[in-house]
Design a protein around this ligand. Structure first.
Ligand code: ADP
Length: 478
């Protein structure tokens, strides 16, 4: 079924960030050419134009970065914690000062609506550096009363394309606060804000080699994982790659944290304030085009309000504006890549073939770029692929339940365990359900809310280890 969407007058963002024609690798505090002299194009997924050429790092380049990070670690770990804090604060302040330019760059390279990069990604990235800068000189007494906790050493950090700068901040800020050095590998489709961060780090005058940024693809990431010079791997990405990384590191005695996929249940009880719940559903699945590992991608609705919720959601998705990510009115921006768009189409086809009912906001798609309108499925069976696999797009799978026990059973019926949401007016029910959900984060009467002081991470095939808060600091201390 197709529902016609409204149209709106455009309001495009006019700031344009400075983008270099070509980016080298950021190793030992300097920009260097890759050994192979190979560069790859990075594009704007909203119009498929080329934004820049980016260096492709091979194993030899990664090894150079790891060696630089070893020297950087010697320098950084010997600094007084308060001096480390000052430098991390400097990064935080510069991110905040340049937030508009960074937001535009993030939206241009990744396709997310400017409203989200402006109001969420970039401020949160700054907040992570501020928060962890504050910890740098307090670890000794706050964590282990009088005993100075030791850093781990050289950390290899691999991040995905859905929140490029924010994921880099989640990884870098705690590692640096705890005295570690880093080799960071951004995702192949979204390297530009990490490279802008490299420029900020260069200007902040961190000792050479403390942060090294190597761009490339999965093979570059694999070279980092396989490099014997690293002491820890922190990875955010797909469960498949997480499993490969865990296997490759088995028995090597390295520290690992993995933040992987999800198929979160967003559970709506009949007594919930339904207008708010519908906003929570929208926030849960259509935020960042559903490119969110903790997205509320399985909606579990108490049977008695199913039709009401579906009717409200049908009319709500008509008001979501799809289009230019740099337009401040846009709710649904571009899908990050052609490959991801094809994956979404493939899973949607499987949902239709397996007998679920597809509802989509009908709207004109831009002539170029990768787009997919806000959609949902009803009549979904728990065995359908769309109920089990991560779609990582603006597509929701709706199922029903009759009792709280059935809601818990269905919510936990997934190999994943990253997040969940509960909507009910009854406080005790909220708490009771939350205790029984096997998910690292449970939001009550809200969804997709984050804070640097709050730990984030998964159970089961969603990975292990926590990022953020005090828990996240322990992941970077020996
Ligand atoms: P997605 O499926 O969301 O693109 P991936 O798990 O493929 O997520 O990618 C997340 C990050 O992991 C990216 O930076 C990617 O380059 C990197 N990567 C992909 N394959 C490997 C691998 N075998 N080893 C290490 N890193 C990898």
């Amino acid at each position: 079924m197709a529902v016609t969407a409204f149209t709106y007058a455009p309001a495009p963002e006019r700031v344009r960030p400075k983008i270099r024609e070509r980016y080298g690798l950021f190793i030992n505090g300097a920009w260097t050419a890759p050994n192979s002299e190979r560069y790859f194009e990075t594009i704007n997924p909203a119009d498929e134009t080329v934004l820049a050429q980016v260096a492709y790092a091979e194993a030899q380049d990664v090894d150079r970065a790891v060696r630089a990070a070893r020297k950087g670690f010697e320098r950084w770990s010997k600094l007084k914690p308060a001096d480390r804090a000052k430098l991390i604060y400097r990064i935080a302040r510069t991110i905040t000062e340049r937030s508009r330019e960074l937001a535009v760059l993030e939206s241009m390279n990744g396709g997310k609506p400017i409203r989200e990069s402006r109001d969420f990604d970039i401020p949160e990235a700054g907040a992570h550096f501020f928060y962890h800068a504050g910890w740098a000189d307090k670890l000794e007494w706050a964590l282990r009363a009088g005993e100075m906790p030791a850093p781990i050493g050289v950390c290899g950090q691999i991040v995905p394309w859905n929140f490029p700068l924010l994921m880099a901040a989640w990884k870098l800020a705690p590692a640096l606060a705890c005295g570690n050095s880093v080799v960071l590998k951004p995702a192949e489709t979204t390297p530009l804000t990490a490279l802008a961060l490299a420029q900020i780090i260069e200007e902040a005058d961190l000792p050479a080699g403390v942060v090294n940024i190597v761009t490339g693809d999965g093979a570059t990431g694999a070279a980092l994982v396989d490099n014997d010079g690293i002491d820890k791997i922190a990875f955010t990405g797909s469960t498949d790659v997480g499993k490969v990384i865990q296997r490759r590191l088995a028995g090597k005695g390295k520290r690992i944290t993995l933040e992987l996929g999800g198929k979160a249940a967003n559970v709506i009880f009949a007594d919930a304030p339904l207008d708010q719940a519908v906003e929570g559903i929208v926030q849960g699945i259509y935020f960042n085009q559903g490119h969110v590992c903790c997205a509320g991608s399985r909606l579990l609705v108490e049977e008695s309000v199913h039709d009401d919720i579906v009717a409200r959601l049908t009319s709500r998705i008509r008001t979501l504006r799809l289009g230019d990510p740099l337009d401040k009115n846009t709710d649904i921006g571009a899908i990050n890549s052609r490959v991801q768009l094809e994956k979404i189409h493939e899973l949607v086809r499987s949902g239709i073939e397996q007998g679920a009912t597809f509802v989509q906001a009908e709207c004109e798609l831009p002539a170029r770029g990768f787009f997919f309108p806000a959609s949902f499925f009803t009549n979904v069976h728990p065995s359908h692929r769309i109920a089990r696999e991560e779609i990582f797009g603006p597509v929701l799978s709706i199922m029903t339940f009759r009792t709280p026990d059935e809601a818990i059973e269905k919510a936990n019926n997934t190999p994943y365990g990253l997040s969940a949401g509960i909507w009910t007016a009854e406080g005790s029910k909220n708490m009771w359900i939350a205790q029984h959900l096997r998910a690292g984060v449970v939001w009550c009467n809200t969804f997709n809310k984050f804070d640097p002081s709050s730990p984030f991470g998964g159970y089961k095939e969603s990975g292990f280890g926590r990022e953020g808060g005090v828990h996240g600091l322990h992941e970077y201390l020996a």
